[in-house]
Ligand binder design. Structure first.
Ligand SMILES: O=P(O)(O)OC[C@H]1O[C@H](OP(=O)(O)OP(=O)(O)O)[C@H](O)[C@@H]1O
Ligand SMILES: Nc1nc2[nH]cnc2c(=O)[nH]1
Length: 186
């Protein structure tokens, strides 16, 4: 798709199927925050958002976590603004030293899970004492990178379609879409 084909981008949004409304997503985020607070409030985790997709969930969720925490980010990409995954490319490694500390990873979506699995391995190798993970959305299918791969905290389960909104993009656009949408025909 040419980078400037904004009409195509607009059409994708106008034709998309709404899977979860803004209200439904906000409720899911509040429920996640409550569950995370109950589990981790006393553990002093470093909270890392995985950019770019984690942009919205990271921002919205951490304000609801009711305990003192350090927040930062890491940037790894597998889809590179496209709709199919490749090998994971690290763009920015974590900048807070988490050696000897628990870590919480926040991301928008657990799809095949290669991204989360590699990040979890990376955190263990670099000295995290515990690695917890939270995703806004888990995609339901049987193509997970590892058997029984799950996030510890999940907001919503979605069907096996290409989705966007709340941080998730369609060719780099619509991370700002106010709800979770599926691209028509995908
Ligand atoms: O479970 P997986 O199949 O590995 O896919 C999940 C990853 O894909 C997306 O990132 P992407 O690589 O698209 O980069 P982005 O965050 O910049 O959109 C998303 O933010 C997750 O990090
Ligand atoms: N935007 C978006 N990014 C993804 N990364 C992995 N799966 C998806 C998906 O369905 N949508």
């Amino acid at each position: 798709m040419p980078k400037t084909d904004i009409d195509h981008i607009k059409k994708i949004y106008s034709e998309a199927d709404l899977l979860f409304s803004e209200d439904a997503v906000e409720t899911a985020i509040s429920n996640m925050a409550e569950a995370i607070t109950s589990s981790l409030a006393e553990r002093n985790p470093v909270v890392f958002t995985v950019m770019n997709g984690g942009l919205v969930i990271g921002g919205k969720l951490i304000t609801k976590l009711d305990f003192p925490l350090e927040a930062s980010y890491m940037h790894a990409t597998r889809y590179r603004n496209g709709t199919s995954g490749h090998e994971l490319e690290w763009k920015v490694a974590p900048m807070i030293d988490f050696n000897g500390r628990p870590v919480l990873i926040l991301d928008d979506i657990l799809d095949e899970g290669h991204t989360l699995a590699e990040i979890i391995d990376y955190c263990h190798k670099n000295g995290a004492t515990e690695v917890h993970s939270a995703v806004l959305v888990n995609k339901l299918h049987d193509r997970k990178a590892r058997e029984n791969l799950k996030a510890d905290f999940v907001g919503l389960e979605v069907e096996d379609r290409y989705i966007f909104g709340y941080g998730m993009d369609y060719h780099g656009y619509w991370r700002n879409a106010p709800g979770i949408f599926a691209v028509r025909g995908m």
